[in-house]
Design a protein around this ligand. Structure first.
Ligand code: SF4
Length: 221
């Protein structure tokens, strides 16, 4: 079901001319990954390598993202990776607010199809989609709630390519992601239990996370 919906969305993106970014693109970059994953990573927009291949995060920033995922025992095949805009902004400039707004219909539908437990925002444009007034310097590495979603803000990996001091910050934040996923799952389960009318009013006990190591063993889907 999720995979079919994601394929349909990708096909629509492939023919999209709704915003000016279509004029300069090589290939559209709808996103890719495991349609059953509980974790959606959202970056900003495709760069040159992504524009040439149609795949997200395959340039230098993508190599760092792969390294970050490996550091917690995950791989890109375990998560789903997308961007706020699906076509490359000219010269790698930031996407404009109206381009982000126009393209958001596709990310909205990708979220609906995936129904992720945690959305990892990579960079400030992605963060602002969920928490418009947030500053990444204050929120990175901590689980937040926005609407019905759990958000885990991180710096964009490309930022660490330009500012080496952010590299360690990225790895530190990534180490917190498995525990954040566990906490989000527990919170959603507790909400589900309390929202279902009970014959017995006592909710089932939920085992708390005891360590990040334990959380890292969690299945991702
Ligand atoms: S960036 Fe999004 S809205 Fe703009 S042309 Fe590409 S797919 Fe369409």
């Amino acid at each position: 079901m999720g995979a079919e919906a994601l394929a349909q969305i990708a096909a629509e993106i492939g023919g999209c001319t709704r915003c000016p970014l279509h004029a300069g693109r090589g290939r559209t970059v709808p996103g890719e990954g495991n349609p059953l994953s509980d974790v959606l990573l959202v970056g900003e927009g495709p760069g040159a390598r992504e524009d040439a291949t149609g795949r997200p995060f395959v340039g230098p920033a993508g190599q760092l993202l792969d390294e970050l995922l490996r550091s917690i025992g995950w791989a890109r095949e375990d998560v789903f990776i997308a961007n706020v805009v699906k076509c490359r902004p000219p010269g790698n400039r930031d996407p404009e607010p109206d381009e982000i707004a126009t393209c958001s219909r596709y990310l909205d539908r990708q979220e609906e199809a995936l129904d992720p437990v945690v959305i990892v925002t990579l960079g400030r444009h992605s963060l602002r989609r969920y928490l418009p007034d947030a500053r990444i310097g204050q929120l990175h590495g901590a689980l937040r709630r926005s609407g019905g979603r759990f958000i885990f803000p991180m710096y964009h990996p490309a930022a660490a390519l330009h500012q080496s001091s952010l590299r360690e910050t990225l790895f530190t934040d990534m180490r917190g992601l498995p525990a954040a996923l566990l906490a989000a799952r527990e919170a959603l389960e507790a909400e589900r239990v309390t929202s279902v009318p009970q014959r017995n009013p006592e909710p089932a006990p939920v085992e708390p996370a005891t360590s990040a190591d334990e959380a890292e063993q969690l299945p991702l889907f």
